[in-house]
Design a protein around this ligand. Sequence first.
Ligand SMILES: [Zn+2]
Length: 423
Amino acid sequence: MVSLGSLGTSMAQEAHTYTIYVDPLPDWATNNAANVMEDTITAWHNANPNINFVLTDSPQQQYDFEVQWIKDNTGGQWAGEALLASHIMQVTLGDSMCQSTWFPYSRATLDKTAEHELGHLLGLGHSTDPNNIMNPDGTYFQYGTITQYETISAAHNYFAPTCAGFSSNSFSYYVSSSNKNLAFDAYVVPSAQSQTDFNNGKMFESYPSCTQATQNGWITTPLMTCNNVPSTSGLFIIMKDSPSLSNQLTTLTMQITNITPPPSFYIPVLPITQQTQQIQPQGPSSPSPYQGVMPQDVSVDVNPVILTDDKHVQLITISGGVGSNQNGEFELTITDENGVKVDDRYLQPSSDHNYQLKIPITSKYHSGQYTVLLSYQGNPQSSTTFEIINQVTTPEFGSLAGVIIVISIIGVVIISRRFRFHF
Ligand SMILES: [Zn+2]
């Protein structure tokens, strides 16, 4: 092996190169998601010059890790996950938790998530240092540019939340009316209370420095900037009162771009042993179901989650894709080695024919082997097995109806049958 310098550096390591297969970005992804992995590997390489990364978009090539893109974090606890057993990191690109509309995460959020999850794949656990990218509590969710629409008539008003995630936020915005006869005034207000006050005939609070007055109302505002407003803030739009136009409608377009500087984190230097870890090469592989380009396949991939972020609840993640012509629910059962069903539930794949299910590992999952079976209209489609061993009870997480069990998984067996449908 190459030895550099003195005895003290006899451990000097060779440069190690990881190949990362990056799933193609889905159609619905925004520009925010472009080149996230390029940023991520640059950040890790800069902090660890002995580590090189090669990104590939070819599943035919052998690789060390795979990056999957997940659409919606709504109801989930993480913006990302590292599935160590599967050598996969998942990055969620947005959620529907504001206005029940899917909005994309900001580029800074995506970079931060990807950098954190890659750290797990490189062998790191969590850090208690709040500035370390591996700190799980430093997670923040920030939307990128969000666009809201509202159809409204004259003399009505509307509150559009900024969906901002920090206690103090800066953003730019504009508002536009599709009907040039229906003008409006636009205010930035601290909360929806301003709308209530206005509708009760009271004075309402607003931020004058964020609001540009106009004598006859706006049809389209200029691009405005507003700094240091709370997460409850929003745009309050008051349509001008024009009785002669009361039968007309307009669609307001409200675009808000969060420009709050994100917190900065540093990338840690990996211990030498982890800089040179040997990864069992993956692939060539079937394309990931998340690509959405192979809708005719049904597959189950069980990725037992060894690392959990934030909530520290151990989950089994079951995900895959179904046929584009298979509408409706799939039944998913999990059976232990004695044939006892421990889970039986129905899955509703999303409109892009993918599904993902996270099942908490509660005390009913004893050590042993389990079989996952996916059925459609009563017909078995695909099955796979996994094993839970070495349970350790962690009482501090006992709040989730029973005892949460920390699992460690050695030698996961995955048998996945794939079915192709011809119609
Ligand atoms: Zn983590």
